[in-house]
Design a protein around this ligand. Structure first.
Ligand code: A3P
Length: 320
C-alpha cells in the first residue's frame, strides 16, 4: 500500500510540474488543473476522489466556490435533512459542532492527505460538500440520474472581498499581507482557488437549467433577503418538503434561526478549533452581509469587475 502511496505522490508531482502556474493567494503558486486553479495538495486529493468515490442515488452534494457561503449552506441542508432526527432542540449538533465537521468536504477532508476513506457504512442519504467545478466531479456523480446537487452562488464583488479578508487572516505569518489591488487583479484574471469564478458558476448554472431536478442553483444574496422561501424550495428539492404542520409550528423559522450568522458566530465551537485543516473556525464568520464590497473597491475597480461580469455572464441569463 505504501508503494502505491509513493507512486501517487510521484505521479502527482510530475503532473504538477507540467501544469501552468501563477502566483497564488495563500501559497506560492496556483496550478491550472483540469481547467481550474488549485494547489498541489488539492490536486492529489481531487485525483483520489475522482478515482475512488462511488456515488449513490440518494447522495446529496453541496457545491460552492470558496467564500460564497459554504458554511451557511452546510448548516441549512444538514438541519433540514436531519430535522426528524434531532428536532431543533437544545442539543442540536450544530450547537456543538462546526458545520464543516458535520458535512465533510470531499477534497479537503475525506480524500485529503492521501486518504481513501470507506464511505460505504454511512447511512443514506449521505451528505458531502465540494469546491470542485462541475466538469471535474467524479463520473458516478455526473452520471447519477437521481443526483441532487445544491449549488450556492454569491455575487462576485462580495465573494472577492470575503476571499481577500480570509486569505489575509490565514496566510502564514512569514508572508506579507496580500494587497487588495494585487488580489483584485488576480481575481479579475480568473486566478483564484477553483476559479475562474465565472467558469465555476456557469458550469453549475448550465446544469441547473438543463436538469433542474438534479441541480438546485441558489444565490447567497437572495437567501439573505428571504431565507424562509428559500428553505421551502430547498426542502422540496431534497425530497423532504415541509408539511403544513411543520409550517404552522414554525420549524422553518427555527432552522433559519439556528443556522443564522448571528447564532453560529457566537457559539463556542465556532470560536475555537479548526474544522478544516489550517483554518481557524472563527475566521469562517466575518460579517455575513450583502454589499460590504462598497467599503473597499474604488470606482475603477467596480468598473473593471462589472465589465468582466458583463462579458462572462451577459449571455447566460445568470444575474447578480
Ligand atoms: P463575509 O466575509 O462577507 O462576512 P464560506 O463559508 O464559503 O467560507 O463563506 C464565508 C462567508 O460566509 C463569509 O462572508 C462569512 O461571514 C459568511 N457566513 C458564514 N456563516 C454564515 C451564515 N450562517 N449566514 C450567512 N453568512 C455566513
Amino acid at each position: 500500500e505504501e508503494d502505491q502511496q509513493e507512486k501517487m505522490d510521484k505521479e502527482c508531482e510530475e503532473l504538477v510540474l507540467s501544469l501552468p502556474k501563477e502566483k497564488g493567494w495563500r501559497t506560492p503558486y496556483l496550478y491550472k488543473f483540469q481547467g481550474f486553479w488549485c494547489q498541489p495538495k488539492e490536486i492529489q486529493a481531487i485525483i483520489s476522489f475522482q478515482k475512488h468515490f462511488q456515488a449513490r442515488a440518494t447522495d446529496v452534494i453541496l457545491a460552492t466556490i470558496p467564500k460564497s457561503g459554504t458554511t451557511w449552506i452546510k448548516a441549512l441542508v444538514f438541519a433540514t435533512m436531519n430535522r426528524q432526527r434531532f428536532g431543533i432542540s437544545n442539543c442540536h449538533p450544530l450547537l456543538t459542532s462546526n458545520p464543516h465537521d458535520l458535512v465533510p468536504f470531499l477534497e479537503y477532508k475525506l480524500y485529503a492527505d492521501n486518504e481513501i476513506p470507506d464511505l460505504s457504512d454511512l447511512p443514506n442519504p449521505r451528505l458531502f460538500a465540494t469546491h470542485v467545478p462541475f466538469a471535474s466531479l467524479q463520473n458516478s456523480i455526473k452520471n447519477n440520474s437521481d443526483r441532487r446537487i445544491v449549488y450556492l452562488c454569491r455575487n462576485p464583488f462580495d465573494t472577492f472581498i470575503s476571499s481577500w479578508h480570509f486569505i489575509n487572516k490565514v496566510r502564514s505569518d512569514s508572508l506579507p499581507p496580500l494587497p487588495l489591488e494585487e488580489a483584485f487583479d488576480m481575481y479579475c484574471n480568473g486566478v483564484v482557488g477553483f476559479g475562474p469564478f465565472w467558469e465555476h458558476m456557469l458550469g453549475y448554472w448550465k446544469q441547473s437549467l438543463e436538469r433542474p431536478k438534479n441541480v438546485l442553483f441558489l444565490k447567497y444574496d437572495d437567501m439573505k433577503k428571504d431565507i424562509i422561501s428559500h428553505l421551502m424550495v430547498l426542502a422540496k428539492f431534497l425530497g423532504l418538503p415541509f408539511s403544513v404542520a411543520e409550517e404552522k409550528e414554525g420549524v422553518i423559522e427555527e432552522i433559519a434561526k439556528l443556522c443564522s450568522f448571528d447564532n453560529l458566530k457566537d457559539l463556542e465551537v465556532n470560536n475555537s478549533g479548526k474544522a478544516i485543516k489550517n483554518f481557524e473556525n472563527k475566521h469562517l464568520f466575518r460579517k455575513g452581509e450583502v454589499g460590504d464590497w462598497v467599503n473597499y473597491l474604488s470606482p475603477l475597480m467596480v468598473e473593471r469587475l462589472s465589465k468582466v461580469i458583463e462579458e462572462k455572464f451577459g449571455a447566460s441569463g445568470l444575474k447578480f
